[in-house]
Design a protein around this ligand. Structure first.
Ligand code: ST9
Ligand code: ZN
Ligand code: ZN
Length: 328
């Protein structure tokens, strides 16, 4: 081993011995024998069908919405998306940077607007996803196919290993954050307000939009769009794209997903360096979330952004990449 690669491996190890349990555990073995039977949760099937039908209707009535309402829908998209990407994902699941109280409150609000389970449940599921990726203990195990990884996992009971392994995870940091616990305690009310009432009433109150359009366009259509953009990270970005950082794992670099999920499609990089606040080595390129966190840092609202150094990335590319690595 050269001096350089020795240094890089040490740096890699140091970065990976953080307290967050988001590093792949290769000691886990799936239980032998038949898999537990699939138990469909019909309530979720019905609700998801209604939501997507409503979103489709919302798409059809877009021409009848005012320009201000459409702009408002875009604003709601970004607020809810950031609540997931900069909030539940990069801050709370991976602790890849630190956020001040006002920023955490904003992100928790955005997270309720995204209505993707509370931050605690989201982050716990996400840590098990990283630690036991593509196994029975991964909530949205992509080995079970596109549909399961995308939405199917929300329509059936979880594999018992997800719950068993999830219960052993260290989540004390989440329990210690009063913002996370407050959102968990008041989750239903916060979703009713942030995901449905505010998107619907603001355009009605401020510029006289009909409540009908407010409900279906910035409400349901925007909600379903954010959901599907998020789910594409679990499905498409675990199936299609190159693996320049680690060809042993399934997650891929997918630019389409990076664009639609405001920076979360560089998924081979992200599973290789889960502690990196940018989830990519290319800064804000196709990565609105990184630009947002950088802005928050310059305003003094965020700090301590963790990043994989160029030497660490280079060494990893050489050691485990698929040869497709580009420098920009
Ligand atoms: C949604 C989530 O959409 C989306 C997450 C996506 C993640 C993406 C990650 C990619 C990277 C980031 C990219 C962001 C990009 C964003 C782009 C934005 C433009 N550990 O759950 P139950 C316990 S949600 C430990 O009922 P079932 C649990 O506490 C959409 N324990 O399991 C409970 O314990 P107790 C809206 C765990 O019965 C017990 O187990 N929501 C864990 O199998 C039973 O829990 C929905 O559609 C764990 N990991 O039901 C559905 N998990 O009894 C909401 C569970 O003591 N979910 N436990 O209280 C459900 O209805 C159900 O969870 C279920 C499974 C039916 C799916
Ligand atoms: Zn992650
Ligand atoms: Zn993943």
């Amino acid at each position: 081993m050269t001096r350089n690669s020795e240094f890089s491996q040490n740096a890699e190890t140091m970065a990976e011995t953080r307290t967050v349990e988001d590093v792949f555990d290769d000691t886990y073995r799936e239980k032998e024998g038949p898999k537990p039977p699939r138990q469909i949760v019909w309530r979720n099937v019905i609700l998801m069908t209604l939501l997507h039908s409503g979103a489709l209707y919302g798409l059809m009535i877009v021409p009848s919405a005012s320009i201000l309402t459409l702009l408002w829908a875009v604003v709601c998209f970004f607020i809810s998306a950031l609540g997931v990407t900069a909030g539940a994902h990069r801050l709370w699941s991976h602790k890849s940077y630190k956020a001040s109280l006002p920023l955490r409150i904003f992100l928790a609000f955005g997270n309720s607007m995204a209505f993707q389970n509370d931050i605690f449940e989201w982050a716990r599921d996400h840590r098990v996803h990283h630690k036991f990726s593509e196994t029975d203990a991964d909530p949205h195990n992509a080995v079970r196919g596109f549909f399961f990884a995308h939405i199917g996992w929300l329509l059936v009971r979880k594999h018992p290993d997800v719950i068993e392994k999830g219960r052993k995870l260290d989540v004390h940091d989440l329990k210690a954050d009063p913002v996370v616990m407050f959102q968990k305690e008041h989750y239903k009310v916060s979703v009713a307000l942030a995901c449905f009432a505010i998107p619907m009433f603001v355009p009605w109150y401020l510029w006289g939009e009909s409540l009908w359009v407010g409900y279906f366009v910035p409400g349901l259509l925007r909600y379903a769009t954010v959901l599907n953009a998020t789910w594409l990270v679990n499905s498409a970005a675990h199936m299609w794209g190159m693996r320049p950082y680690d060809h042993h794992i399934n997650p891929r670099e997918n630019r389409f997903v990076a664009l639609s999920a405001i920076g979360e499609g560089f998924h081979n990089y992200h599973h290789t360096f889960p502690y990196d606040y940018a989830t990519s080595e290319f800064g804000s390129k196709l990565n609105f979330t990184t630009a947002f966190i950088n802005l928050m840092c310059s305003l003094g609202l965020a700090s301590d952004c963790k990043q994989a150094s160029p030497e660490v990335v280079k060494a990893r590319v050489q050691r485990t990449g698929d040869g497709s690595h580009k420098t920009g």
